[in-house]
Design a protein around this ligand. Structure first.
Ligand code: S3P
Length: 172
């Protein structure tokens, strides 16, 4: 089934807020992998990382995709920024729908995430350097996984949503 829209991209690229608006405008359902994991586990992402580590969280992400993939229908799925790092996850996402990469520059991400305390991978000293390092390793992965790339810098949520709808006009 290919009638879902999957949003991928780095932390702070607007996947959740754009995804909600896109769902609102199109009448699609909205789901967010982080929210589904938090609901299922009954605790926040930081706590899961803190107690069990990153690998455990990555396994939860893959399990979640395996569980939801057959049930998704006309859904905008916003994904955690690390999901495309596993090839297995990308293969699952491809089966679910059209993959849209919300591409955002390093400087915009750094500005948006300044002072953020909810992303375990960016805590501690020099979060900007962490963003730079992680983003440069992930950009090629996001670009390879994407069916459609939308540059989001200096665009409003509504502009981004309109652009996605234009690019998917056979679907929406
Ligand atoms: C992560 C991104 C986060 C969340 C977790 C790990 C990542 O989601 O899944 O903190 O590895 O990029 P957002 O992209 O929604 O912030």
């Amino acid at each position: 089934m290919k009638n879902n829209i999957i949003l991928i991209g780095f932390m702070g690229s607007g996947k959740t807020s754009v995804g909600r608006l896109l769902a609102d405008r199109t009448g699609y359902y909205f789901k967010d992998t982080d929210e589904l994991i938090v609901d299922k586990e009954g605790r926040e992402i930081e706590e899961i990382f803190h107690t069990h580590g990153e690998d455990y969280f990555r396994n939860l992400e893959t399990e979640l995709l395996e569980t939801v993939m057959d049930d998704l229908d006309k859904t905008v799925l916003s994904t955690g920024g690390g999901i495309p790092v596993r090839d297995r996850n990308v293969n699952l996402l491809r089966k679910m729908g059209h993959i849209i990469y919300l591409r955002t520059s390093t400087s915009t991400i750094i500005k948006r995430l300044a002072g953020d305390t909810s992303r375990p991978l960016l805590q501690g000293d020099n979060p900007s350097e962490k963003v730079e390092r992680l983003l440069s390793s992930r950009v090629p992965i996001y670009e390879r996984a994407a069916d459609i790339i939308i540059d989001t810098d200096d665009k409003s949520k509504a502009q981004i949503v309109n652009e996605i709808r234009r690019r998917l006009n056979h679907l929406l």
